[in-house]
Design a protein around this ligand. Structure first.
Ligand code: FE2
Length: 480
């Protein structure tokens, strides 16, 4: 029996308008020092013609940008014109398979096209690729766009041959090396994880190391410390034969194997070799929060779920019609990976559910830190309905919540010349389900007071990740 329709359902319906708008109405005051742009990506529609995508992660990407100058705010949004988007528009139907949606329904389609074409529907995150700004997903085809106009330019091409077909939309930045670290998963036997680094002004990836793996795991992100990359391999393992032949959506070809536990692979950034491996009880996660070295251990903070059912819970059928079964947030855990022990143990840092975590990345990534920001959930069946600031050292929290409002990822922006870790603002795009529009919320990160709401005249489909671009920065580092 179906439960009632979800109160937040508007967030999973298409954004019907594209455009550019200056001088948006502001309630409250935007800090004068905020002079840059928040650019985000996420689905702009979850339908093509009469077909629907099945999973929140599948919809066709739309870029959104809020720009700040002298306390005024302008906004623009535009669909990303990937191949997947262009084909879907031309054919009037879903053209490429996505995370939870297949485009190969019949046996004939599967036999004539045994290896599914990878999508370039870059709907997950915004990153720098070399000197260029791109929207990215988990296939290695970043789509470069003009950050001024949001016009799609082209697919980014790498001048190298690092093997792999699947990647992460969450690379890390090493500010000392001025380089990006990431990995590709090579699904061709013998399967491997190809770790690479790429200078910020280059389009050539350098292979750091290749880690052989029998059955690759589904991993959305990874952790990085000063000297190490940490791959946390959840026991959600690929069935290659199924991927080739089943015709099932991509993620449904992975199998949950809890008896294998979760593996922490500690890999040296210098040599690309596994220097330590530890195990814990089985758990699953999408997002790492931060990681750092501390005496003879590595501290890995992440958002954990007891199993991979969170993936099933984010199918639209569940989100829209069975809201009590939808899981919007997980548990913030601190894993201690001792370099002398084979078992990784954890502590829970807050009882508040958390997801889409951010930190003061430029200052704190790879270091001990105090504050994490994320979305959360105040009650079952209400998806993501609050913002949470966690003091991970004192284990205290601050909450922002507003009636019938559903916030997205909180992006921290440091104030100029800030001395404190939380000196700055937090920006979050919020759906107001009652007023049927979205607004940009500006919070004072330190006091957790609301500074301003910037109103749009229409709603934006729930998105995933974005980055703040500071025009005064000498080098455009992103906060991840
Ligand atoms: Fe993500």
């Amino acid at each position: 029996m179906k439960n009632s329709i979800a109160p937040y359902q508007l967030g999973f319906s298409a954004t019907h308008q594209e455009g550019e708008f200056d001088g948006l109405p502001v309630q409250g005051t935007i800090p004068q020092w905020l002079r840059g742009s928040l650019i985000r990506t996420g689905p702009g529609t979850l339908e093509v013609g009469k077909q629907s995508y099945h999973h929140w992660f599948d919809g066709l990407a739309m870029l959104r940008k809020f720009s700040f100058e002298n306390g005024k705010v302008s906004f623009a949004n535009r669909f990303l014109e990937s191949q997947a988007y262009q084909e879907a528009k031309a054919k009037g139907k879903i053209s490429r398979g996505e995370f939870g949606t297949t485009a190969r329904h019949s046996l004939w389609e599967r036999l004539s096209d045994p290896l599914p074409r990878l999508t370039d529907n870059a709907t997950v995150n915004i990153t720098m690729q070399g000197d260029r700004v791109a929207s990215v997903t988990e296939s290695p085809f970043p789509i470069v766009f003009d950050p001024e106009t949001l016009r799609t330019i082209e697919q980014f091409s790498y001048h190298d041959r690092v093997p792999g077909q699947i990647t992460t939309a969450h690379p890390h930045y090493d500010f000392k090396e001025d380089a990006l670290y990431s990995y590709l998963t090579n699904l061709v036997p013998t399967c491997s994880y190809s770790l690479y680094r790429m200078n910020l002004h280059s389009n050539q990836r350098e292979l750091v190391g290749s880690i052989p793996v029998k059955r690759p795991a589904y991993m959305h992100t990874f952790a990085m410390t000063e000297h190490y990359i940490v791959l946390v391999e959840f026991p959600l393992l690929l069935n290659r034969l199924s991927l080739m032949l089943s015709g099932k959506p991509y993620i449904e070809n992975y199998e949950w194997k809890p008896e294998q536990g979760t593996r922490f692979l500690v890999i040296s950034k210098d040599e690309g070799k596994v220097v330590h491996a530890a195990k814990s009880e089985a758990f699953f996660g999408f997002h790492h929060v931060n990681a750092f070295e501390q005496e003879d251990e590595i501290v890995v903070d992440l958002i954990a779920y007891s199993n991979s059912s969170v993936i099933q819970s984010l199918y639209l059928e569940t989100l829209l019609h069975h809201p009590m079964q939808a899981i919007g947030a997980g548990e913030l855990r601190r894993y201690h990976v001792s370099l002398n022990q084979s078992i990784a143990e954890y502590e829970v840092l807050t009882s508040e559910p958390l997801e889409l975590p951010r930190i003061n990345y430029q200052r704190c990534n790879t270091h001990s830190y105090q504050f994490a920001y994320g979305v959360g959930n105040s009650r079952p069946g209400n998806f993501i309905d609050q913002l949470v600031k966690v003091d991970v050292q004192n284990k205290t929290t601050e909450i922002w919540r507003s009636l019938d409002c559903y916030p997205g990822e909180p992006v921290f922006v440091a104030a100029p010349n800030a001395t404190l870790e939380d000196e700055g603002v937090v920006l979050s795009v919020v759906l107001n389900a009652q007023k049927e529009n979205s607004f940009l919320l500006v919070l004072d990160a330190q006091s957790w007071r609301e500074l301003a709401r910037v109103q749009l005249s229409y709603h934006l489909t729930f998105d995933f990740h974005g980055q703040y671009f500071d025009p005064t920065a000498s080098t455009q580092h992103l906060h991840r």
